[in-house]
Design a protein around this ligand. Structure first.
Ligand code: THU
Length: 133
């Protein structure tokens, strides 16, 4: 499938505007392309009980799974700059559904960092490892 990165970037930037981040003021948007061609978006949603905060990436992934999508083609994260890498929790949750995933992180000024899930989460743990006892 051809990845329309511009469409993903536009979607991630748009949803970033909905980020609820009164505690950190750190607004993040994510757009995840499913194998069906649909784009799923998510923003971070913080909470007064800080630990209940959910990241943009997991929000996008969970809404995709809720819509029945389980295979993914690409992810864009939109942040203040192009160094807003997915946190460890999001990397592990993405890995549940993706062997690998091309990822672009885009800043407000348009600069981009290209990476992928394998690079961000080498030697990752997954379900098949549970059988290696
Ligand atoms: N955050 C994300 O949503 N995604 C990232 O990739 C990094 C961090 C959020 C969580 C929290 O609301 C705020 O950014 C500061 O950590």
């Amino acid at each position: 499938m051809v990845i329309d990165w511009d469409a993903l970037i536009a979607a991630a930037r748009q949803v970033r505007k909905n980020a609820y981040a009164p505690y950190s003021q750190f607004h993040v948007g994510a757009a995840l392309l499913g194998k069906s061609g649909r784009i799923y978006v998510g923003c971070n949603v913080e909470n007064a009980s800080y630990g209940l905060t959910i990241c943009a990436e997991r929000n996008a992934l969970f809404s995709a799974v809720a819509a029945g999508e389980r295979e993914f083609v690409a992810l864009v994260v939109a942040g203040k700059d192009s160094q807003v890498f997915p946190c460890g929790a999001c990397r592990q949750v993405l890995y549940e559904f993706c062997d690998d995933l091309p990822i672009r992180i885009v800043g407000e000024d348009g600069t981009q960092t290209e990476t992928n899930l394998r690079e961000l989460l080498p030697q990752a743990f997954r379900f098949k490892d549970l059988t290696h006892q």
